[in-house]
Ligand binder design. Structure first.
Ligand SMILES: Cc1cc2nc3c(=O)[nH]c(=O)nc-3n(C[C@H](O)[C@H](O)[C@H](O)COP(=O)(O)O)c2cc1C
Length: 201
């Protein structure tokens, strides 16, 4: 880990079913190598259909999925939420934005977001038409009003699965730029964590 770089001990990454999941291994490798000492990942069922959890497990300490109860003890939503020094949703689908903005908690990821004592950082990835919808923009405003943080997508030429062509579309900032965003958000997260310890949140 680089000496000069700000970092976190415990990074919790929530992964939802957006196409940007195809690049998730690159992001996890960069985050684990340069920004976070330990990384745990929660995948929604849609995410786990798009990218194998076994692949994700190569790049983090633990992958958690929605599962039936098993004889093995698994950390639950409250334990995961309290473990996180930073909680990042990467990528965030339109569905996750809408669920959280409306206080819904139907699966392990949304329940853990609901249990989070610190602001959650969303990295939305939707196509341009979805992004422009009033419902999506309303949900983004609600999340900000509720104290959550946002890493906005950027316009750039990229491969579109729907058309099979390169097109100007919305993409996540590249891993280096994302980590710079996260570094700049650390003071806000740390202030929220200290507030939690003092019992003022
Ligand atoms: C191949 C594929 C790509 C998708 N890409 C996106 C996307 O980029 N953004 C998005 O919001 N939804 C996308 N979806 C739709 C979501 O997967 C769908 O809304 C799902 O219910 C999200 O569930 P989750 O939020 O629990 O992960 C995609 C679906 C498929 C099958």
């Amino acid at each position: 880990m680089s000496e000069s770089r700000a970092s976190v001990d415990h990074l919790l990454v929530g992964v939802s079913g957006s196409i940007a999941i195809l690049n998730l291994p690159t992001y996890l490798a960069a985050l684990r190598a340069t920004f976070a000492r330990e990384v745990r990942v929660i995948m929604t069922a849609s995410a786990a259909r798009l990218l194998s959890p076994s692949t994700v497990a190569l790049l983090c300490e633990e992958v958690l999925l929605d599962e039936e109860p098993t004889p093995q003890r698994k950390p639950g939503h409250v334990e995961l939420a309290n473990w996180a020094g930073m909680f990042l949703i990467l990528p965030a689908s339109a569905n996750i934005l809408g669920q959280v903005a409306n206080g819904l908690a139907q699966n392990l990821l949304t329940t853990t977001i609901m249990a989070s004592p610190i602001p959650v950082i969303f990295c939305p990835n939707l196509n341009r038409t979805m992004w422009s919808k009033r419902a999506v923009q309303r949900n983004l405003r609600t999340l900000a009003e509720d104290g959550h943080l946002m890493v906005d997508p950027e316009y750039a030429p990229a491969y579109e699965v729907g058309t099979g062509e390169m097109a100007d579309t919305l993409i996540l900032p590249d891993p280096e730029a994302l980590i710079r965003h996260l570094e700049s958000m650390l003071p806000q997260i740390e202030a929220a964590t200290e507030g939690r310890q003092r019992g003022t949140l």
